[in-house]
Design a protein around this ligand. Structure first.
Ligand code: ATR
Length: 270
């Protein structure tokens, strides 16, 4: 029977199996979804083994998202532009399709949280792979302005250039964040090391939302910093659940209730 999995290295911490099983339970659907640790130099071989064993769909996490893009025979345009694939599917002819659901996941979670994106002033912190995947769906919601700020300013400027066709985007250094923002999204990996990017005071507009793309049992330093300055803060667990829902839809053509699953996960966050 069909198998689904998440590939990563490491992968033991991944919450994707729990999320996909919870979705499947909503439809009384039996589902086999497992974690697969791929060797750092053996991603393609692991995918081939998986398909040979009956694999029909896979999520891909760090550090294989770019390799997954290269491996896919048919790549969704949004994944090509994001430079990453997090969802692989095997079609009936055995062809490997690649897509990315991270950006959709972020935007759905922001909307679930009541964020108004249209006409908003948005700041995105970071210019790595995590950020590249979310710029297009954010710009599609027609913000007034989107500024990408990064420690290495040049990377932010390059990203802004790359996505300029989708809307009003600019990039630069953290000290070039000017004016107040309705939404500030932290896509740097700084949170993982409990560090905070050097952010200016007066960053938040009234009623602003601060969103950290990472999730943790405790609020991140960025979330605490934002709360102290009057913003409402959220971690990225909702994004994780929403991107999983979009992958689930790609594979099973079913739209799960993400709110119920997220509430369940928050309930046993330990
Ligand atoms: P990912 O694919 O997870 O985004 P990445 O491509 O390595 O990973 O990017 C990590 C991002 O976090 C980058 O924007 C990086 O800034 P640089 O481009 O200047 O390297 C940012 N980052 C990592 N540690 C940081 C820190 N301590 N302070 C600020 N930014 C940090």
């Amino acid at each position: 029977s069909a198998i689904y999995c998440v590939f990563g290295h490491p992968v033991a911490h991944s919450r994707s199996p729990e999320i996909h099983h919870a979705f499947a339970a909503q439809f009384d659907m039996p589902l086999r979804y497992e974690r697969r640790l791929a060797p750092l130099d053996g991603f393609a071989g692991s995918v081939a083994d998986f398909i040979a064993a009956g694999g029909r769909g896979a999520n891909v996490t760090v550090p294989f998202k770019q390799e997954a893009l290269a491996l896919a025979e048919v790549v969704a345009p949004r994944a090509r532009r994001a430079g990453a694939v997090n969802t692989l599917s095997v079609d009936d002819e055995g062809r490997l399709h690649g897509d990315t659901t991270d950006g959709v996941g972020l935007v759905r979670d922001l909307e679930r949280l009541g964020a108004r994106l249209e006409g908003a002033r948005i700041a995105v912190l970071g210019a790595g792979g995590a950020v590249r995947g979310v710029l297009e769906p954010l710009l599609e919601r027609r913000p007034q302005a989107l500024f990408v700020a990064n420690r290495t300013a040049e990377r932010a400027r390059q990203l802004a250039e790359r996505f300029a066709g989708f809307g009003p985007i600019a990039g630069g250094a953290f000290d070039q964040l000017e004016g107040r923002f309705d939404l500030v999204i932290n896509g740097t990996s700084a949170s993982l090391g409990a560090e905070l990017p050097p952010l200016p005071e007066g960053l938040f507009a009234g009623d602003a939302l601060a969103y950290d793309m990472v999730y943790a049992a405790q609020p991140t330093v960025f979330m605490r910093w934002a709360e102290q300055r009057g913003a409402h803060s959220h971690d990225g667990l909702g994004m994780l659940v929403e991107q999983a829902a979009e992958s689930f839809f790609i594979w099973h053509n079913l739209q799960p209730d993400t709110g119920a699953v997220l509430a369940g996960m928050r309930g046993d966050a330990s």
